[in-house]
Every structure is written in C-alpha cells, then in structure tokens.
Design a binder for this molecule. Structure first.
Ligand code: COA
Length: 134
C-alpha cells in the first residue's frame, strides 16, 4: 500500500500513511480496508471507516500501470457494500483536489461514481502538541 501511495505521489506522513499506521488500522473493526490483487500482487487499495453514523473513505490508490481498468470502481463499490451492511446510508470522502498536480486529481473519477462536491472544507492541525498547549 505504501508503494502504491508513493507511486501516485500521495504518501505524505509516515506516522499517518506508513506501515505502522496501516497495521493499527487493520486492527480496528470499523475500518474497511480492501486491496485489489492481480497475479498475487497488490495493485490497488481503498481505506475508509464507519463511525456508527457516517461512512468515510480516507484514501485510495491504484498503481499507475493498472489505472483505468475498472479497479478503482470495483474497490469503491465493494467498500460501499460493506459500509451499507454496517448501516451506512451515505458515503463521503476526502479527495485530493489537484494540489498534488494534475495526476493527483481524481475528482472526475468520484463524480462518475455519483459523488458530489459539497461546500465543506477539510482542515487539519499539524501541531497537535501546540493545540494541547504543551
Ligand atoms: C483515482 C483512482 C483511484 C481511480 O482508479 P482507477 O482504477 O483508475 O479507476 P477506474 O478504472 O475504475 O475509472 C473509472 C472512470 O473514472 C474516471 N477516472 C479515473 N481516474 C480518473 C482521474 N484521475 N481523473 C479523472 N477521471 C478519472 C475515468 O473516466 C474512468 O473511466 P474510463 O475508463 O472510461 O476512462 C486512480 O486513478 C488513482 O489511484 N489515482 C492516483 C491517486 C488518487 O488520486 N487517489 C484518490 C485520492 S482521493
């Protein structure tokens, strides 16, 4: 998964995107983490979570050589099926908006799957200790 993120230039922070984080994520039962395999090689993944009210996709990536073959669509649909089983009635996501360059802009992909852009902002505090005053 890390290699796929790196290949798509959206591996950002080891603490958030790295193998240790993925191992923790795999242990949390409300997460949905699916990989697509081709000849025993992982070529794509989707990663999201269900908080009891909302299903949300946080990250997905398909190896460049395997894009535009329907793998992304299959991963999103299968994750959606799992979230629906958990009780979800909507599914949201945080999408790269092109800040990573044209190659990292997947808005067209999501719109094709019926996702709409809404007037919301995704914000993040990178200084968690400062927020706590320490
Ligand atoms: C976005 C991504 C996951 C899509 O996976 P994929 O396996 O290529 O998607 P699919 O083959 O199921 O694509 C279905 C349709 O979506 C559209 N689409 C796919 N990628 C697109 C992109 N980057 N921009 C615009 N439209 C796109 C295409 O119209 C495609 O239909 P087509 O085959 O007729 O061209 C993949 O391109 C990727 O990993 N991109 C880099 C990382 C990234 O942006 N991740 C998402 C962050 S929110």
């Amino acid at each position: 998964m890390v290699e796929i993120m790196k290949a798509n230039n959206h591996y950002y922070t080891p603490e958030v995107d790295g193998t240790g984080a993925i191992a923790r994520q795999l242990g949390m039962r409300h997460n949905v983490i699916l990989v697509a395999e081709q000849e025993k090689k992982v070529v794509g993944f989707v990663l999201g979570t269900w908080d009891g009210a909302r299903a949300f996709l946080f990250k997905m990536s398909v190896l460049p050589d395997f894009q535009r073959r329907g793998i992304g669509t299959m991963l999103v649909k299968e994750a959606t099926r799992k979230f629906k089983e958990m009780g979800a009635v909507t599914i949201g996501l945080s999408a790269a908006d092109g800040t990573g360059g044209d190659k990292n802009n997947a808005i067209g992909f999501w719109e094709k799957l019926g996702f709409e852009q809404i007037p919301a902002r995704l914000m993040i505090n990178f200084e968690i200790d400062e927020l706590l005053g320490g």
